[in-house]
Design a protein around this ligand. Sequence first.
Ligand code: DX5
Ligand code: ZN
Length: 221
Amino acid sequence: MQPTVIAPSILSANFARLGDEVDRVLADGADWVHFDVMDNHYVPNLTIGPLVCEALRKHGVTAPIDVHLMVEPVDRIVPDFAKAGASIISFHPEASAHVHRTIQLIKSHGCQAGLVLNPGTPVEVLDWVLDDLDMVLLMSVNPGFGGQSFIPSTLDKLRRVRQMIDRSGKPIRLEIDGGVKAENIAEIAAAGADSFVAGSAIFNAPGADQHGYAEVISRMK
Ligand code: DX5
Ligand code: ZN
């Protein structure tokens, strides 16, 4: 098991003052920045790209930026994100014609590589690539939007993938994304996750506007 990471999804941040939001959430205890990239093609929503990632680096963000690509095709955008300062780049196997090649491409650009499994994607997709991955990201909602409810069957899937990772003996992270809150995070951690994405639970936490994010992040930790 890797050390615990809380990765706020900036999808739920105020984009009109994104730099300040990221500074604040990191100062309040977050470990990574989760950066959701949506293309209105692979998923029915449109968000941000490498320019915004680069702008956060220029703004002074030094924390790991955890780029979650919900785009198709994948390969074309990988070098741009590496250049823009991405630390980890994760993609969906359904969006790449050559999953193994995309993993190698990400690593050849100096980033860590993650594979993302949708709620309906079987864990067997990991069988021949797990050893090459730095992270497995399990979606606990269907990708495209923040603020959805955690799909309970993901707990069983987490336990399955935890076993696969432990058997591999490799230092592979297991991240969970979708519907994570202070109220369910203990159960999710017990099922085997070590890295936790949370968007609405952090950025829309009651009172966060006045008091910041420290309270909700420390409750999660
Ligand atoms: C959904 C995104 C998530 C999303 C999580 O497609 O990948 O990262 O922002 O939002 P919450 O935590 O609100 O479910
Ligand atoms: Zn995400």
